[in-house]
Design a protein around this ligand. Structure first.
Ligand SMILES: *Cc1c(COP(=O)(O)O)cnc(C)c1O
Length: 383
């Protein structure tokens, strides 16, 4: 054949038995079939064989299988981020006319989707008190199809009684989804606690280095998988094999990073709790965190992210000054990486609670905690 044709021959030339410790990065959109009768376009690649790169190359399916194994899921989907994981779950469990419930402590963009896109699609989502527990039964309507839990909640860190909510929901035939990002899918066992669908932003602890965006949606059983799969295919939630490769590497060090982050965050949280300017520290391992007892009952550890409030007589403008005075802590969103971050939430929307611009969220990284404490101390002295 002509060299021009040879250039395009996809058949491998080198040996393929390279037993690397690392998962190869498989790039590819098209999958070549053996014969016309074998051509399919099907999201069930793990069972039926590969059909199209949109549903994941072997790199994405390796990551999915490992996360499913770690979380005890029936099967896991890898999606472009935590927010698309949330969208997939809503759209798989809700249709026009459906009703869903979401804690008012949920991740802000989850609530924004509920009030925005979902409202436009005729799906009603009502916020509920994250500490409601079994009382959720009273909020379930005839058309309720989905109850979200997120524990701890974003910024205000309420620990939810997930088993009580699951019991009430399942008693009325309603599915429960959990945003398990805080626990990295490992410090809270979603499926042992009865959850139907668990998701996490792999962007946070599995990625662990602020250099990728990915999400995982894990199904408890075949029923959950069958609800999610077609919507996953229809939405076209493709992921990059390069990002999946980074996430697979992240998994290898997840345990040591979580241990170190937990220790550092506890050091800083305990120091903050003793400061004259500080009102409350919302860290799950401290009794001042709403639902601390539930955390002690249901979780195997705590993570790197928590919040604290300044005393009422500290004006909001001084809190902003405090943030700007920090040097080791960087000002930024997201969390779970190696750098410590701080951000103030000036107008956090929580019913019956007005933090008046005095609530600060910290993500503790892998710096020496003594340097972090010195940084916080200097910024407090400055205001
Ligand atoms: C960050 C985050 C998400 C969204 O993840 P992205 O990958 O940034 O889209 C969802 N839920 C929680 C609790 C988060 O903190």
């Amino acid at each position: 054949m002509d060299w021009r044709t040879k250039l395009l021959d996809p058949a491998p030339q080198a040996r393929r038995d390279y037993a690397s410790l690392a998962t190869p990065v498989y790039r590819g959109s098209t999958v070549v079939f053996d014969h016309q009768g074998a051509v399919t376009d099907d999201w069930r690649q793990a069972d039926n064989g590969y059909s199209y790169g949109l549903y994941g190359t072997p790199t994405a399916l390796e990551l999915a299988a490992r996360i499913a194994g770690i979380e005890g899921a029936h099967e896991t989907f890898i999606v472009p981020g935590g927010q698309s994981a949330i969208a997939l779950i809503y759209l798989a469990y809700c249709q026009a006319g459906s009703h869903a419930l979401v804690p008012h402590s949920a991740y802000g963009p989850n609530k924004a989707m509920a009030e925005g896109m979902l409202a436009g699609l005729g799906i009603t989502v009502d916020p509920y008190d994250p500490m409601i527990g079994a009382g959720i039964a009273d909020l379930i309507q005839g058309n309720t199809t989905l109850i979200w839990c997120e524990s701890p909640g974003s910024v205000t860190m309420e620990i939810q009684d997930v088993p009580a909510i699951v019991q009430a929901a399942h008693g009325k035939g309603v599915a429960v989804a959990l945003d398990n990002t805080y626990a990295a899918g490992v410090m809270f066992d979603a499926f042992a606690h009865g959850v139907d669908v668990s998701m996490q932003a792999l962007t946070k602890y599995v990625g662990g280095h602020s250099d990728l965006l990915l999400g995982a949606v894990s199904a408890r059983d075949a029923a959950a998988l069958d609800k999610l799969g077609p919507i996953y295919q229809q939405l076209g939630l493709a992921v990059s094999p390069d990002d999946c490769s980074l996430a697979l590497r992240g998994l290898q060090t997840l345990a040591v990073r979580l241990d170190a982050l937990e220790r550092g965050a506890l050091d800083v949280a305990h120091w903050l709790a003793d400061q004259a300017l500080v009102q409350d520290v919302f860290h799950p391992a401290l009794p001042s965190c709403p639902g601390h007892q539930i955390w002690a009952r249901d979780f195997t550890g705590s993570a790197s992210v928590f919040s604290f409030t300044f005393k009422d007589d500290v004006p909001a403008a001084r809190v902003v000054d405090f943030i700007n005075a920090l040097k080791v802590f960087k000002i930024g969103l997201s969390w779970g990486g190696v750098n410590s971050l701080a951000v103030v939430y000036p107008d956090l929307d929580r019913p019956h609670q007005d933090f008046g611009g005095r609530i600060v969220r910290l993500n503790i990284g892998l710096e020496n905690p003594q340097d972090l404490i010195a940084d916080l101390k200097a910024a407090m002295t400055a205001i």
